[in-house]
Every structure is written in C-alpha cells, then in structure tokens.
Design a protein around this ligand. Structure first.
Ligand SMILES: [Fe+2]
Length: 449
C-alpha cells in the first residue's frame, strides 16, 4: 500500500508502507489545485478553557506527608470546582468511598481568555499512602489520578530538577520532561528553577507548559521558583510585577516573607528542606528569613537544597550576579547548605564544593555544590575561560537532572535530552566533618559549541 502526504512547503513525501521510514523521500511538487493550504489554529481557540478541567497540577501548601494541593482550570461557566479523593485500591471500588471537597476559585483574565482556576487542598492524609483523586464540577470530571504522600520521617526519595524551559515549550521542551519521566518515573517531585515561560502573561505559553507536562503534572507534584521571565516591568524603578498566572495556577506554601508569598517558601520532604528563594527582587531583605529558615531545620532535617533562578556563579559569558553572591553565599556557608539549583544562563555548569571564604573549598573545608542547567532549547555560550569553580560545563545541550537523597548520601546525575549521562557526583554526610564530594563525571567529551 502506498501512502502519499502533501507538504505545503511544496514537497511530496511518499511512504512505501503504513509507517514512513528511512526509505521515504521528499519530492518538490506544486500544491494541489483547488485545495486550501492548512490554517494554523489561532491561540484563542487552541488554548480556550472549557467545562472540562485542564492544566491540572499538584503542588504543596503544607506538609507533603499529610496534605496535597491540586489546581486546575476551566471556563468561567464552572463556578464551583469539586475534587474527590480516596485511598487508591486495586479494584475500582475506591470511587464509592471518595470524599468530596469544594474548591477555592480564582478568576484570571489573560491575554486570550477569562478562566477559572480551582484549588483544593487535601488534608488529614495518611503518610506514605497512594491516593486516587479526580477534579471537575459534578458533571464533567477528569480521570482518576494517583499520587503518593511522603513518609513522615526521613526516607530515601528521588526528584527531578529542570533549568529554564522558556522557549518552544510544547515543541522542544516537552521531550525533555518526558525523557525525565522515563528515567525517573517514581520521582516524588519536579523542581523548576525559573523561566518556565518566556512572556510572563502569555496564556499560550503557560498552556504549552501545562501540555508538555500533561498528566505527569497531575501525578507528581511540582516545586517552582520564579525567574525573570515570570516578571514584567511596571515602569517604576525596582518595581516588578509577577505573572498573573503564577498565584492562580500554583498553590504554594505561604511560609515565606509577607511580600514574597508563594515565591519564597520552603517544603520539608522526608528529612530534606527544599527552599525556594526569589532572586528577582528584595535580595537583601530576604536574608533574615533565609537565616531563620536555615536555623530552624532541627535534627530531622539532614539535607538542604535551595533553588532560585539567578546563579551565584554565572556560567554565561559576561554575566555576574554579584549582589546575590555576596549577600546570600555567606549565609549558605554559615548554615552548610548542601546543594543549590539554578537556571537563567542557558548553559550547564556545576561546581565542586565552594564557599565564599576561599572559593573552591580546600580539603576538609565545608562548601556547597552549585548547579546551573537548562532544559529548553535556547542556548548561550559559557564564558571563557570557564570559572575555576566549575567541574563540568556544557553548551548547546538540553538537560534534566535526577537527584536521590538516601540516608547519608545525595546522588546526582545530569542527563541530556536523549537520556545520555553527562554529569554526576555523590555528596556524603560525615559525622562532625564537612560533606565529602565524590566526582562521577562520565568520560564523555565536554560539549561546547
Ligand atoms: Fe532568566
């Protein structure tokens, strides 16, 4: 059987079997007379909210062992959002015992449409338990999704970290998220280090971001920190405006400074404190909160991971965030932060143990590992020569990172968009001593333009 496809760039693709293969070949032809060329679906239609829930995303506002927040979008015709939840069972009987909750609803007027964003916070959940939930309005329901609550004590877990998605999100970022899922299907959360989109108030870009994550976002919670592209200028000096989508679509902990709510916050996950800082504004003003949040970790918190957008050690040519480095790094040193995950520079760069006293930590001296990564397709150059702190760098490479916290070890891997190992290390806690860093860089060449 021969299948023929006509491309409107004027080429003819002929496939000699049902599936096109390498034997296919393109031939230039003129468009068929009388047929109209394809028309791109306009954004207003492509991203129109309906009565069916979409953009479903799990986040946390409270303790991941006992709570779970879910947010979804509908047309404004859905005035009241509902969610149902039950402990998941192997047969479908769980649905009969589901409890129903009414959502808190926020209206968002975007550049394309008006929509309702509904949030339900499930509470009084049991730790380390698989739940099934669905969202809707009573007539239109999502499918039942599963999620698993955290253990209420320190326990091993894996998470995925993404640098900037930002551009061609549906087309070219989606493959990275999905590759990450195939490599870390049981990851407990997805951490995004800012610049999720390019234009802070573009509903189409946010729509693409949600489409790229798809049902994974409804099963695996996200931890998000804002980048500069989640902000727009107000025209007034030092006064930035956070994307109008941020708060309606992400229900985040409100344990940060009052004027940085849901951008600066922390989550404790099975013995690890994960902190989101806002590197776009109020750098100096955040110091008191950072100190207090690090000082209050207690004995059950053994690991500390911080994420924010603008890197302490910039990897991109001609960039340097001196104020952030000079203001925050001494605090990270003082409280022995283990790992800092950043974005912004559209390159890959990972340091060894570093601190503000001596830069590259001397043997036996404590230090923090800093990472810059990029998951989307936009690429910059690494400054030459690369900073002495960097142990592994890359240009022109979309990446994702998988980290596992397991007792005294934190194991980290960076993988390329096609799932190839690109970087790795293990951090080891040692009683009464600084962390040990074991380098595990694969023996593949450094990827430079
Ligand atoms: Fe950025």
């Amino acid at each position: 059987m021969t299948r023929t496809f006509v491309g409107w760039a004027g080429s003819l693709l002929i496939c000699s079997s049902i599936a096109c293969n390498s034997s296919s070949h393109a031939v230039d032809v003129a468009p068929v007379p009388g047929e109209s060329p394809p028309v791109k679906v306009v954004d207003k239609d492509a991203f129109r909210p309906t009565g069916n829930p979409d953009r479903i995303i799990l986040t946390w506002t409270g303790d991941p062992a006992r709570t779970q927040a879910v947010t979804w979008r509908t047309a404004t015709s859905v005035a009241r959002g509902l969610a149902e939840i039950a402990v998941a069972t192997d047969n479908a009987g769980f649905a009969k015992s589901a409890r129903q909750l009414v959502a808190r609803t926020n209206r968002l007027q975007s550049d394309l449409s008006e929509a309702n964003y509904h949030t339900v916070e499930f509470s009084a959940l049991s730790p380390n338990t698989k739940y099934a939930y669905r969202v809707g309005d009573g007539a239109n329901w999502s499918e039942w999704f599963h999620f698993t609550t955290a253990s209420d004590r320190p326990d091993a877990f894996t998470f995925v970290y993404f640098g900037d998605a930002q551009n061609d999100i549906k087309s070219l970022w989606s493959r990275v998220v999905r590759e990450a899922f195939t490599d870390a299907p049981k990851a407990r959360f997805l951490l995004h280090a800012g610049d999720l989109v390019n234009h802070p108030d573009s509903d189409a870009e946010w729509g693409e971001w949600h489409q790229a994550g798809g049902w994974l976002n409804a099963m695996t919670p996200s931890i998000v920190t804002p980048g500069n592209h989640e902000y727009s200028s107000t025209g007034v000096a030092n006064a930035l405006r956070l994307s109008g989508h941020w708060k309606p679509q992400f229900a985040l902990p409100e344990n940060g400074p009052a004027d940085l709510i849901e951008t600066t916050y922390f989550v404790d996950y099975q013995g690890t404190r994960i902190i989101s800082l806002n590197s776009n504004e109020k750098i100096v003003e955040q110091v008191g909160w950072i100190e207090q949040t690090l000082a209050s970790r207690g004995e059950s918190i053994r690991w500390t991971v911080i994420t924010f957008h603008h890197p302490i050690y910039s990897s991109a040519k001609s960039r340097d965030n001196k104020l952030i480095r000079e203001t925050w790094q001494p605090v990270f040193d003082k409280f022995k932060v283990d790992l800092v995950l950043q974005g912004h520079d559209h390159t890959y760069a990972r340091t060894g143990l570093t601190n503000s006293t001596s830069g590259v930590a001397a043997k036996g001296e404590s230090g923090t590992v800093y990472v810059v990564s990029v998951s989307g397709p936009k690429m910059y150059d690494v400054g030459r020569p690369p900073r002495p702190e960097f142990q592994r760098i890359a240009e022109e490479t979309q990446l994702f990172q998988i980290a596992t916290v397991d007792g005294d070890e934190l194991r980290y891997r960076a993988l390329t968009a096609t799932g190839q190992a690109y970087d790795g290390f293990t951090l080891k806690k040692r009683a009464g001593q600084p962390n040990e860093l074991i380098e595990q860089v694969p023996e593949t060449p450094t990827r430079l333009r």
